[in-house]
Design a binder for this molecule. Structure first.
Ligand SMILES: Cc1cc2nc3c(=O)[nH]c(=O)nc-3n(C[C@H](O)[C@H](O)[C@H](O)COP(=O)(O)OP(=O)(O)OC[C@H]3O[C@@H](n4cnc5c(N)ncnc54)[C@H](O)[C@@H]3O)c2cc1C
Length: 476
């Protein structure tokens, strides 16, 4: 007699609310682990990351980078064919922004296609929790709401720009970063309020594209919280390129004038410009979607509280990405989403480790960091050795006409383990990778120093910094 096969179990149903990197990456993992997956998205697949934040800003910056490179051309012996007709390069912002938006749309369509191919259902509309295991979706066209029953819910709601009540955006002259791509003409004078990563990136890009830029910073220097030497170098570069940086002052209000905008500062000054970009951070999209009613605890700032495997306080409800406030990076959002699904579906899971996250600020030069910052090492009283080598000494940098930049490494004084690093250079986001590998795999400065680098290459400076620190470790 043959034993009857056990009844097949229904696959778990995962409902992901939000189709940004925190959501779509998780959906793919859940699908590959055998779950039935539904993604609810109100704006477009790829989320703000693809449609308004990462992809558009980095595409715009790619154009700005060409302008910065062109600035170095005369020094490298490049001349206009007709010197008499010499004219500066100009930017057709309408064409630039059209390319930006097309690229973002195409990327969003790619992600949608990938999810569909993997058998993931996509529901358009705004999702709201109705208890821990029901998501109600209101379609954008106002049709009948749809109720989804879930074994597990992942909230990947993202964030939207913070609006100052005294500087309400009008989409024409007073702008958030999501509205910058509607501009057809280069702002004559752009006032950027906020000198965090987003403010610094836009200020640098528009300065390179040809706008007169005023950057308003409430702190002593731009990029508060980032490596001090890197921020100082960047501020120097900004000023040397003609940008006005107003430090230790806040923008209190922005209003339209007849031909532009007027921004009132906390010290009483009024700055006039053609446009103002208000980049003072984001707020999580956690209001009015039934979170607290379902038992999901929010922090004072409105972010979803999560543990290291992305669990919220409500059983069966996970959260990932900017709505958690853990670290506002697409890569971290995606990692949190993957971890959530592995945990929910009983797969092997390693808790989130932020010590090895690499991040990059896309200014010119770029600022890339990984591992412990000097500030964190000092604050926690860790012993460390460090060296900073300027790129100006690097032969390849000289050939390329690069003067501004450095490589900084931190290592343990006895064990020589690489604890972190900072690279300030064009394309630093690429050059940080060997240091990321070293930090992730606990390599020593000796390991890094003993590895071949191309001659000549910018990465030669990373190996040289490792050699300097290795010599100090050996002396002890
Ligand atoms: C200008 C700018 C540049 C940036 N550049 C970089 C960069 O270069 N590299 C990097 O790593 N990070 C960058 N970031 C950060 C990055 O954009 C975020 O960390 C990332 O988008 C977070 O992903 P997410 O999935 O949490 O949210 P999002 O990408 O914001 O996606 C959330 C999605 O959820 C949808 N949603 C929200 N609520 C609901 C609901 N109730 N129902 C249905 N759908 C809903 C939203 O419409 C959105 O599409 C940048 C941010 C900004 C502002």
């Amino acid at each position: 007699m043959t034993t009857p096969a056990p009844p097949e179990r229904e696959p778990a149903h995962i409902v992901v609310v939000g189709g940004g990197p925190g959501g779509y990456e998780a959906a793919l993992v859940a699908g590959s682990l055998g779950a039935r997956v539904t993604v609810v998205e109100r704006q477009g697949l790829g989320g703000a990351a693809v449609l308004t934040d990462v992809v558009p800003s980095k595409t715009l910056i790619a154009t700005a980078e060409w302008m910065t490179i062109a600035d170095r051309a005369p020094e490298l012996g490049i001349r206009l064919t007709d010197e008499a007709a010499k004219r500066d390069l100009t930017v057709d912002l309408r064409a630039v922004n059209q390319r930006v938006l097309e690229l973002a749309e195409a990327q969003s369509a790619d992600i949608r296609g990938r999810l569909v191919r993997e058998g993931i259902e996509i529901v358009s509309g705004t999702g709201r929790l109705d208890g821990k295991s029901r998501v109600v979706v209101e379609p954008e066209d106002g049709g009948e709401p749809r109720v989804l029953h879930a074994d597990t819910v992942l909230l990947a709601l993202g964030a939207t720009p913070r609006i100052l009540p005294t500087a309400v955006p009008d989409g024409e002259r007073i702008l958030t970063w999501t509205q910058m791509y509607n501009l057809d003409e280069l702002p004559e004078k752009l006032i950027v309020v906020g000198s965090g990563v987003t403010g610094a990136e836009f200020a640098g890009a528009y300065n390179a594209l040809g706008s007169d830029v005023v950057l308003v910073s409430s702190r002593d220097r731009v990029l508060p919280g980032e490596d001090e030497d890197a921020a100082e170098l960047l501020e120097g570069v900004f000023r040397s390129r003609g940008m006005t940086v107003l430090s230790r002052t806040r923008a209190e209000a922005a209003v339209r004038t007849d031909d532009g905008v007027a921004v009132t500062l906390s010290d009483g000054r009024v700055v006039h410009g053609s446009h103002v970009l208000v980049a003072v951070g984001g707020v999580p999209n956690t209001e009015g979607v039934g979170l607290e009613e379902a038992g999901v605890t929010l922090t004072a700032s409105g972010h979803v509280e999560v543990d290291k495997v992305s669990r919220t306080s409500a059983r069966g409800v996970y959260a990932a990405g900017d709505c958690t406030g853990v670290l506002p990076l697409a890569s971290v959002a995606a990692m949190q989403g993957r971890i959530a699904m592995q945990h929910a579906l009983g797969d092997g899971v390693a808790p989130l480790r932020l010590g090895t996250v690499a991040s990059n600020i896309f200014t010119a030069p770029e600022i890339a960091t990984v591992g412990y910052s000097e500030d964190a090492l000092k604050k926690q009283g860790s012993r460390y050795i460090t060296t900073t080598l300027p790129l100006a000494r690097n032969p390849r940098a000289k050939m390329l006409g690069i003067r501004d930049g450095f490589v900084k490494l931190f290592a343990h004084p006895e064990a020589g383990v690489v604890l972190g690093g900072v690279v300030v250079a064009p394309r630093a986001g690429e050059h940080i990778f060997p240091i990321t590998l070293a930090v992730r795999h606990r390599l020593t400065v000796e390991d890094v120093a003993a590895s071949f680098t191309i001659y000549p290459s910018l990465s030669g400076t990373t190996a040289e910094a490792a050699r300097v620190l290795d010599a100090r470790v050996q002396e002890r």
